[in-house]
Design a protein around this ligand. Structure first.
Ligand SMILES: [Zn+2]
Length: 326
């Protein structure tokens, strides 16, 4: 029997700087600790150890101009060149490949003027909500170009918040055109929507236009590690409790099983800040434990795939991946 694809979405990473810190409207965690502005590269190394240990694959964002504080080519405020280079080199060597790298638009904070680079007076989601494909194509192409200049080869994008959802037809056409312009690829993926609590939750062919194909890959689970940002607990029982939400030790309970049993692809999601857990890395430990349970209970039934692998799988059998009714 063919194995069911599974994948992991990681939203919001950027070199060292916490993009979440730059747009969170607070300075402290719920229990009063200072919210971390920068994550040491040791935590990235630990993430790499976890994905290598279990062969985890998926999608990993690199925000090109994180938080309106510079960019990944010319430097980021508060981040040394050594740390920036180390972060980028590590992602190229240990994350790219198993994880498809893509931008999460330019800043994941305030939209920018593409001519001056100056921040506009609104966040990227609000900015995008009234734009057409022509303007969105330029914006997305800039994000892809910065990643390309940095040495990646992105053929997909992640939507910061729900960027583009109000004008999704225009947004989809823009992604497809921007990917072809920057990388030459006629196939592209994007992540915007979730498909949770519905049967048969799978990716779908979102757009076919001018010989190009765009595939929408949804999250089919929630980010159960988000709460670790605000949680000082780090004990094993807590880590086990977090993993239980996705998959219990015996392989019988958790959202992972629900998605699998209803015919869908379990596409997990987490955020960089959820794995870093404000420096405690509790979310990362919960990911490690979750992946161990998946390997233990389902290694004969599921297979980790990158977004590029899922993209190829969908394009090879388009009729099996119709657009769902929302
Ligand atoms: Zn995000």
């Amino acid at each position: 029997m063919k194995k069911t694809p599974i994948s992991l979405i990681i939203d919001d990473p950027a070199p060292v700087l916490s993009v979440y810190f730059t747009h969170a409207s607070r300075d402290t965690t719920a229990d009063g600790r200072k919210l971390m502005e920068y994550y040491p590269n040791e935590l990235l190394f630990r993430f790499c150890d976890v994905i290598e240990r279990w062969g985890i694959k998926g999608k990993f964002s690199v925000v090109p101009m994180p938080g309106n504080r510079g960019d990944i080519i010319n430097g980021i405020e508060g981040v040394t060149k050594r740390d920036l280079d180390e972060w980028m080199d590590t992602v190229k060597k240990r994350v790219e490949g198993p994880f498809s790298i893509g931008p999460e638009m330019l800043t994941h904070n305030l939209a920018v003027d593409l001519v001056t680079g100056e921040a506009l007076g609104m966040d990227e989601q609000k900015w995008a909500s009234t734009k057409d494909r022509k303007i969105l194509t330029e914006y997305i192409a800039r994000a892809l170009s910065i990643l390309k200049e940095a040495g990646f080869d992105p053929v997909g994008v992640t939507s910061p918040w729900t960027f583009g959802i109000e004008v999704e037809d225009e947004y989809q056409a823009a992604i497809s055109a921007a990917v072809e312009r920057v990388s030459g690829s006629k196939k592209a993926w994007f992540f915007l929507r979730g498909r949770r609590g519905v049967p048969d939750a799978k990716p779908w062919v979102a757009l076919e236009e001018d010989g190009r194909t765009l595939v929408s890959i949804p999250a089919t689970l929630h980010d159960h590690f988000w709460r670790t940002i605000d949680e000082p607990r780090t004990d094993d029982a807590f880590v086990s409790y977090l993993a239980d939400k996705i998959l219990t030790e015996d392989g019988k309970g958790g959202k992972f099983v629900e998605v699998l049993e209803t015919g869908g692809f379990p596409i997990l999601i987490s955020h960089w800040q959820s794995l870093m857990s404000n420096g405690l890395a509790t979310g990362l430990r919960a990911l490690d434990e979750t992946a161990r349970r998946i390997a233990k209970n389902f290694s004969d039934r599921v297979e980790w795939m990158s977004f590029c692998e899922i993209l190829d799988l969908v394009i090879a059998d388009k009729a099996s991946f119709p657009k769902p009714v929302f």
